[in-house]
Write a protein that binds this ligand. Structure first.
Ligand code: DX5
Ligand code: ZN
Length: 219
């Protein structure tokens, strides 16, 4: 079994102190940081762009796990790569040509992630699974932090894990949205090996992020 990794979403961090918040996450045992990029079009919310990522990248050597919720995504892949994204995750609905967007990320020598919304079926990505590094299973509808985990996605994680074993593939399975100390175990048991968490990490136990990361890992 793969080691369980935690990717805290900086969406719930103090935006006036982002550089310091990332340092704090790094020192508290985060394996990477999850950067939620939203465009006010693919999802209703608007967040951060490449210049901010580029500036934050100078503050830390931690892996930047960049979740692009923007459409059309293809023309922006290079900008996020240049800004310092290490993992670039895109949604199939946000590109006209998923194959060429995957190839583009690979040409830039970044890890490729594909994200599935709660209603998006695994079939959409089955034929690409041997080319990608990560599948990000959304357990909320993308757009906002602090939403409630949708337990119905657990079956999708299980199905994906089954396909992975059958095809002898090695991509990571990351789950994103509403992860807390109660449901993290079920996501891991279903097959997820990377947990994204914003609210639980930054707000539980009076914001003791070290404790919260440890608790999520140990469930
Ligand atoms: C939702 C984002 C998530 C989310 C995670 O669109 O992709 O990364 O902010 O935050 P919590 O853990 O608060 O659901
Ligand atoms: Zn995300």
């Amino acid at each position: 079994m793969k080691k369980i990794q935690i990717s805290p979403s900086i969406l719930s961090a103090d935006f006036s102190q982002l550089g310091k918040e990332i340092k704090r996450l790094e020192e508290s045992g985060a394996d990477m940081i999850h950067v939620d990029v939203m465009d006010g079009h693919f999802v209703p919310n608007l967040t951060i762009g490449p210049p901010v990522i580029k500036a934050l990248k100078t503050t830390s050597s931690i892996i930047f796990d960049v979740h692009l919720m923007i459409s059309p995504v293809h023309k922006y892949i290079e900008a996020y790569s240049n800004a310092g994204a290490d993992i670039i995750t895109i949604h199939p609905e946000a590109t006209d040509n998923l194959q060429s967007s995957i190839s583009k990320i690979k040409e830039l020598k970044k890890k490729v992630g594909i994200s599935l919304n709660p209603e998006t079926k695994i079939d959409v990505i089955t034929k690409y699974l041997d080319q990608i590094d990560l599948v990000l299973i959304m357990s909320v509808n993308p757009g906002f932090g602090g939403q409630k985990f949708m337990p119905e996605v657990l079956i999708k994680i299980k199905d994906l894990k089954k396909i992975q074993i059958e095809k002898k593939l090695n991509f990571d399975i990351e789950v994103d949205g509403g992860i807390n100390f109660e449901n993290s175990k079920s996501a891991i048991e279903a097959g997820a090996n990377i947990l994204v968490s914003g609210t639980t990490i930054f707000k539980s136990n009076n914001g003791d992020i070290k404790k919260n990361i440890e608790l999520l890992k140990s469930k």
